[in-house]
Design a protein around this ligand. Structure first.
Ligand code: BGC
Length: 503
């Protein structure tokens, strides 16, 4: 099948202005304002999505290996990350792409099971250390700074067998792993991210079970997971803060993903419903870190619904006062992954939901408009104005805080080199971000595009491609071929402008 085979081409057209029905945004024009001095640009990947070499050089098995090997049909095209973009062997090609684009930094993740194959022993794999050291050195030689994620969903299977994120011991296991990474790689890392997207780990991994490890326990295990993820993050952050920060001079934070939730109408009820949903999605992880404890609306809703559903206690496990203090303040800046937007309507006459789940506990209706443009992944609607609104909300909610965009990007099915839709997406999303910065005073200091190369997109497999470089997954050499978007992004970085010319 050829690269540009027409039978495969899915047209993804991005509306630079808003889609039908969104009158408020209908006449939006891309801003001609420049990115401020000091603003930096990066690209992101994650270990399982690019590395391949799933069992090479003593690497341990991790939950995604197990999840997909056991049930290949869980992935749309029955592909897996065994080889993926083969970055374990071709990391120099990745760095060459980044150099070509001219990025300031590379955000990538370390595979826990490459460093400690069984997750919690003190046996560190020298081959794993060697691989990342080579990558760090290559980046350094090319003048690219590093943002390193310790955990991007690939829990060693040996730990999952002991309960994974549901076992309170995960807090210690994670700290031990973090200690090893800080020790071996600290000198090369500019920014540490402890954990990527707790919502996906807990809600999708231990709630609806669509992602590894595939535990289906909505409304119960997903909350236990969330509590442990936050404690594990806080433990790793404190260790960094106390033992490494001063010596290494780097920074450390957690990455939280959030969609934007827009009230369906002007009614007070919908405005309130949208805010509740924001608290259940972003606040659930950010409130404990930035303000302390779960958001009050979560505490109240889950307690009330649990009681009415016949549970003898709230399904949301409480933090002790000491734990609240332990988690609060464990950030150096707010790191945000953002892709899409939902509309939210209040539920009429809701007594309590029959369904037991985190989703139902919010007690609202969230939906996307059919008129919004869709990328290759169905839920992935393209709504640039939602990004600007989310940024302004973050400032209003958490105060005048530094914000770094750690992921933003769009998928298609073919990996076409003429990816004008991706250029339009970046342009429109970054434009709304710049408006939020200039008009809303939101302190965004960096933008990270997902992703530099096509890679393994979880349960979408190779059906959803998000790279600025095309990778043919059936070519054993996995050459990286520049798409148009890589040239556009390179131009934005060098001119600091989204258009041909700026003010
Ligand atoms: C994840 C990435 C993923 C991207 C696009 C984010 O939720 O961190 O791993 O590839 O979204 O779906």
């Amino acid at each position: 099948m050829g690269l540009f085979s027409t039978s495969f081409v899915l047209l993804v057209v991005v509306a630079l202005s808003a889609a039908d029905g969104d009158d408020e945004f209908a006449n939006y024009t891309i801003t001609g304002r420049r990115f401020p001095d000091g603003f930096t640009f990066g690209v992101a990947t994650a270990a399982y999505q690019i590395e391949g070499a799933w069992d090479a050089d003593g690497k341990g098995e991790q939950v995604w290996d197990t999840f997909i090997h056991e049930r290949p049909e869980r992935v749309d095209d029955r592909s897996n990350g065994d080889v993926a973009s083969d970055s374990y062997h071709r990391y120099e090609d990745d760095v060459r792409c980044m150099k070509e684009v001219g990025v300031d930094y590379y955000r990538f993740s370390i595979a826990w099971s490459r460093i400690i194959p069984d997750g919690d022993s003190e046996t560190v794999s020298s081959k794993g250390i060697e691989y990342y050291t080579k990558l760090f050195k290559e980046l350094k030689a090319n003048g690219i700074k590093t943002m390193v994620t310790l955990y991007h969903w690939d829990l060693p299977t040996a730990l999952e067998k002991k309960g994974g994120w549901l076992n309170p011991k995960i807090v210690e296991w994670f700290q031990m792993y973090a200690l090893i990474c800080y020790t071996f790689f600290g000198e090369y890392v500019d920014v540490w991210v402890t954990i990527n997207e707790p919502k996906q780990i807990c809600h999708t991994g231990y709630g609806n079970g669509a992602y590894a490890p595939g535990v289906v326990s909505p409304g119960v295990a997903e909350y236990v997971c969330a509590r442990h993820v936050l404690l594990a993050h806080a433990g790793a952050w404190h260790m960094f803060d106390e033992q490494f920060r001063e010596r290494l001079g780097s920074r450390n934070t957690i990455v939280i993903d959030s969609d934007w939730y827009e009230p369906a109408t002007d009614s007070e009820a919908d405005a309130e419903a949208a805010e509740v949903k924001r608290q259940f999605v972003h606040g659930m992880y950010a409130h404990p870190v930035f303000k302390g404890d779960w958001p009050q609306v979560m505490i109240d809703n889950v307690a009330k619904f649990s009681r009415l559903q016949g549970f003898n206690a709230s399904r949301l496990p409480a933090f002790s006062e000491e734990e609240v203090r332990f988690v609060k303040g464990t950030y150096d800046f707010l790191a945000l992954n953002h892709y899409t937007t939902y509309m939210v309507a209040a539920k009429e006459g809701l007594d309590f939901p029959a369904e037991v789940s985190w989703d139902a506990d919010a007690g609202v209706d969230a939906y996307q408009k059919d008129t919004w443009q869709t990328a290759a992944v169905g839920w992935f609607k393209i709504v640039p104005w939602g990004f600007g609104k989310l940024l302004r909300w973050l400032k209003a909610t958490y105060g005048d805080i530094e914000i770094v965009i750690t992921e933003n990007g769009v998928s298609d099915r073919t990996g076409t080199l003429r990816d004008q839709h991706r250029i339009d997406y970046f342009k429109a999303y970054m434009s709304h971000m710049l408006d939020a910065m200039y008009d809303g005073g939101v302190n965004v200091t960096a933008y990270t595009a997902w992703s530099i190369i096509d890679n393994f997109e979880w349960t979408q497999g190779f059906n959803a491609k998000l790279g600025m470089y095309y990778v043919n997954m059936s070519d054993p050499l996995r050459p990286r071929i520049a798409k148009d978007s890589s040239k556009y992004f390179a131009n934005v970085i060098s001119t600091r402008c989204l258009l041909d010319s700026c003010e």
